[in-house]
Design a protein. Structure first.
Length: 305
């Protein structure tokens, strides 16, 4: 199989697994969101260490330990992703699957704004139009919810910030996840020990199957991340940009068809505006990439007689 096709399949697998997360976290009840988050940290570390052990890949740690800037960035990434994970788990288990899907729909637009604010990138007119439509959709949904869609906004901003920090750190997926979970390990274990001392811990108390599902949170965290990394190194960013919509589409369908969350007409209108913005954003990106390729392509050689 060509490398590019394999990369697309890896990407589809990663985003499909992320999109089906709303079906997994409710299985962990009666555990609370923070307890699930703590177990996710612990078992993600176990899973990623197992991956590194199979690959016999440890030399990176000594080199990374001599780069305090990257360690600081990964520490910030750990804090940011813990906020994202915790809010997402809470949202799904509290019946806000559709709003969490909204967060990942607007995430590309947030990333574009970060590019403007942090890297001083200049947006093209159609990109500004897409961002404006995204802002309009948030206003429409705020009116519908009777409040700003805080869950969606926190998820979009935290994941966008996480991506920004990871780009600056430029560390591989397994290596980065190892450091991030090591940073979070002590507070996670401390919280689990506190629950155990209070007699409110659910690990083991809710049965062996429940304990296995809590531990499985590490596997379902590590596997899609590995697939995503395998995809990112094989296919262009424009393809990744299109594949990333698989996850929120599946999350949205889980919320509407499985969790049966209410979708009032005004809410449909807000999501329709978001989808229009994303379609415009994707079309403009593909058109610009095609124009750039044609402009930079070498001119055909003239035949000589």
């Amino acid at each position: 199989m060509p490398d590019s096709r394999r990369g697309v399949l890896y990407g589809v697998a990663a985003y499909t697994m992320w999109g089906l997360f709303p079906l997994y976290w409710p299985l962990l009840k009666p555990s609370g969101a923070v307890e699930i988050l703590a177990h996710r940290v612990v078992w993600s570390l176990v899973a990623v260490i197992a991956v590194l052990a199979v690959r016999r890949h440890w030399s990176w740690f000594r080199e990374l330990a001599r780069q305090p800037r990257k360690l600081l960035l990964l520490t910030l990434a750990a804090v940011t992703v813990s906020v994202n994970w915790g809010v997402y788990i809470y949202a799904v288990n509290a019946g806000h699957v559709v709003e969490s899907a909204l967060g990942y729909f607007i995430n590309p637009l947030v990333s574009v704004l970060f590019g403007v604010l942090v890297f001083r990138e200049r947006l093209r007119p159609w990109q500004w139009t897409a961002v404006g439509l995204g802002a309009l959709a948030v206003i429409v949904l705020a009116v519908d919810y009777g409040r700003p869609p805080w869950i969606a906004l926190v998820l979009a901003v935290s994941f966008g910030t996480y991506g920004l920090i990871k780009k600056a750190a430029n560390v591989g997926a397994a290596e980065s996840l190892t450091v991030e979970t090591l940073v979070l390990l002590v507070p996670a274990l401390a919280y689990l020990a506190f629950l155990q001392a209070q007699g409110t811990a659910t690990f083991g108390a809710a049965g062996l199957g429940h304990a296995a599902l809590l531990a499985g949170g590490g596997v379902v965290t590590a596997i899609p991340l590995m697939c995503f990394t395998a995809s990112a190194i094989r296919v262009p960013l424009s393809v990744i940009g299109l594949l990333q919509y698989i996850a929120p589409i599946l999350q949205f369908l889980c919320g509407v068809l499985v969790a049966h969350e209410t979708m009032a007409p005004s809410r449909w209108a807000g999501f329709a505006i978001i989808w229009l913005a994303l379609a415009m954003f994707s079309w403009e990106g593909l058109r610009h990439a095609h124009t750039t390729r044609r402009a930079t392509a070498p001119a055909p050689a003239l035949e000589t007689v």
